[in-house]
Design a protein around this ligand. Structure first.
Ligand code: GLN
Length: 547
């Protein structure tokens, strides 16, 4: 019988459920258990692909092309596993499959009801993921916050499973405790309310992870325990931690792993599937690093009101960290607003303060000319520059305009009437858009790529055939391959016998590192397993550091 651990959030959204879920799975793997993580998003959207990053943060892409929540990225990075569509569901996808069943007479004339059929469909999906991954313990993160209407049916699924298998199902509440400043205490009342809200859904948490800016002391643990029928030992302090990969080790200080196993009637296994010591050593090493590498990300700012959301680039940030740490450097990452360069070209001089610049993925026209100016500056001033997806496309646009002499060359995404459409949409994509088939129809997920020997790309991968994850509709236009190559753009990664450009770079004779990828290497970078292209990029950035 597999075991199930549900994780839900209390008091605020963005409380750290994703990292908590990934951390617990990590710990259980250390105790010798095979785990997998699932994310349930309460949205009606069938997947995250149609959501704006301002609304929802980064859209993470799995190897099978599933466009999903950024927490899936945390799971992969902590577990060093590749997940698939079975690990992700939304309200929309649950209803969609349920309605498809109904239409095919699966229910044999029965009335299909919201309860119990929706929660049963959820349970079926969880079981399918468990079987497929052959996991002994399945962790399921329920998006949103307890008390909101939209995740009630998911809590109902937990109730049904817990009632049926009380010794095999746990519920963990990740809750937030506010702190109003000096002379005040961490406040427990909102968490007490969250627990009572769970109670009214027929549920009681087995553990509470107390998120706060400070550790939770014994007095307040006892207060929550007393008011909410809990054991103080089951309330785990979870103070803010900058280094997220340290969180599993922090939880272990409170013996969370053993406490969970005990409640599930499991014993820690001798044979460790993974190496906890290696993880802990790496954390120790990272905490001692003092040499710094400065990386700038030139993007459009994701501003909402007075706040800027950096979540939109989270996989890029993590990939920079993984590579820098492994090379013995602490990365200092800055957000550079490309629109500033459009207003004042003198600001481009600031780019000189960085050891490396990344032009990340993106969509639409805002900030594009500023990105192109930044690329030109990096190319002319020999600043290491890595372009990701849109980043590669704009590197090509810049090169076409300023090196090949194709005046006003552009991507047809921004200027459909450009004389030189060096980046263009494929015919098959045009058809899809005409029919308004936007959801899940980009070039998505793993695609093969052939690497050319003697290039930066080959030095990074050390092999000629790779798989990388994609998410885009536009491509380097094959009509312009010849002229781009003639002027020195090297297509070091290609697919479909050269029809599609996957990696483009300049010769290192002329530039220390100027490389762009049509895919998103950041989605494959993991803690302790940095991505080879990010390694090459950071290595060349390090050569520019003063330490
Ligand atoms: N907008 C570009 C395209 O659709 C790039 C997408 C991206 O950067 N992920 O091709």
């Amino acid at each position: 019988m597999p075991k199930y651990i549900f994780v839900c959030g209390g008091v605020i959204s963005g409380v750290g459920k994703g990292v908590a879920t990934a951390s617990i799975a990590r710990i259980l793997e250390w105790y010798g258990y095979r785990t997998t993580c699932l994310k349930i998003d309460p949205y009606v959207n069938v997947d995250a692909g149609t959501m704006n990053p301002i609304e929802h943060g980064e859209v993470f892409v799995l190897k099978d092309g599933t466009e999903c929540d950024q927490d899936m990225g945390h799971y992969e990075r902590f577990l060093n596993k590749e997940l698939t569509k079975e690990n992700y569901m939304t309200t929309g996808s649950v209803y969609l499959s349920l309605i498809q069943k109904e239409r095919s007479l699966y229910f044999d004339g029965k009335c299909v009801e919201v309860v119990p059929h929706v929660p049963l469909e959820v349970i079926e999906k969880i079981n399918r993921a468990q079987k497929l991954t052959k996991s002994e313990i399945v962790l399921i993160e329920i998006g949103g916050t307890v008390g909101e209407y939209q995740n009630l049916l998911f809590l109902e699924a937990v109730r049904i499973l817990k009632q049926k298998f009380p010794r095999d199902v746990l519920l963990i509440l990740v809750s937030y405790l506010p702190y109003q400043g000096e002379g005040m205490e961490l406040k427990t009342k909102p968490t007490q309310y969250a627990i009572r809200t769970l109670n009214s859904a027929g549920l009681h948490p087995d553990f509470v992870l107390a998120r706060a800016i400070k550790p939770l002391d014994q007095i307040r643990k006892e207060k929550i325990a007393f008011n909410c029928n809990l054991n103080p030992e089951d309330i785990i302090s979870a103070p803010d931690e900058k280094l997220i990969y340290k969180i599993p080790l922090n939880f272990e200080k409170d013996k969370l792993g053993l406490k969970i196993l005990k409640k599930l009637n499991l014993k820690p296994r001798k044979k460790k599937v993974d190496n906890k010591e290696k993880w802990a050593k790496e954390i120790e090493k990272i905490e001692r690093l003092n040499k710094e590498v400065k990386i700038g990300i030139v993007g459009k700012y994701f501003k909402t009101g007075d706040f800027i959301l950096s979540d939109a680039y989270i996989s890029v940030i993590e990939a920079i960290k993984h590579a820098s740490w492994s090379l013995g450097y602490k990365p200092k990452i800055d957000w550079l607003n490309s629109e500033e360069y459009e207003k004042d070209k003198n600001k481009l001089e600031d780019l000189k303060n960085y050891n490396g610049i990344i032009i990340p993925g993106g969509f639409g026209s805002r900030g594009v000319e500023g990105k192109i100016l930044a690329i030109q500056y990096c190319r002319e001033n020999k600043i290491p520059c890595l372009g990701l997806c849109y980043g590669l496309q704009l590197m090509i646009v810049e090169f076409a305009r300023n090196v090949c002499g194709l005046k006003n060359a552009h991507t047809t995404e921004v200027n459909p009437k450009t004389k030189y459409p060096v980046i263009d949409i494929l015919e098959e994509q045009k058809k899809l858009l005409k029919e308004k088939l936007y959801g899940g129809t980009m070039r998505l997920g793993d695609w093969e790529c052939e690497i050319k020997k003697g290039t930066i790309a080959y030095r990074a991968y050390k092999k000629t055939n790779i798989l990388e994850r994609h998410r885009h509709r536009y491509e380097v236009n094959p009509r312009y391959h010849r002229i781009l190559q003639k002027y020195g753009f090297i297509f070091s990664g290609i697919s479909q016998k050269g029809l599609l450009v996957e990696i483009g770079e300049l010769s290192q004779k002329n530039h220390p590192f100027f490389l762009g990828t049509q895919f998103h290497p950041e989605f494959k970078s993991k803690f302790l397993h940095p991505h080879p292209l990010f390694m090459e990029f950071i290595k060349s950035a390090i050569r520019l550091t003063s330490n």
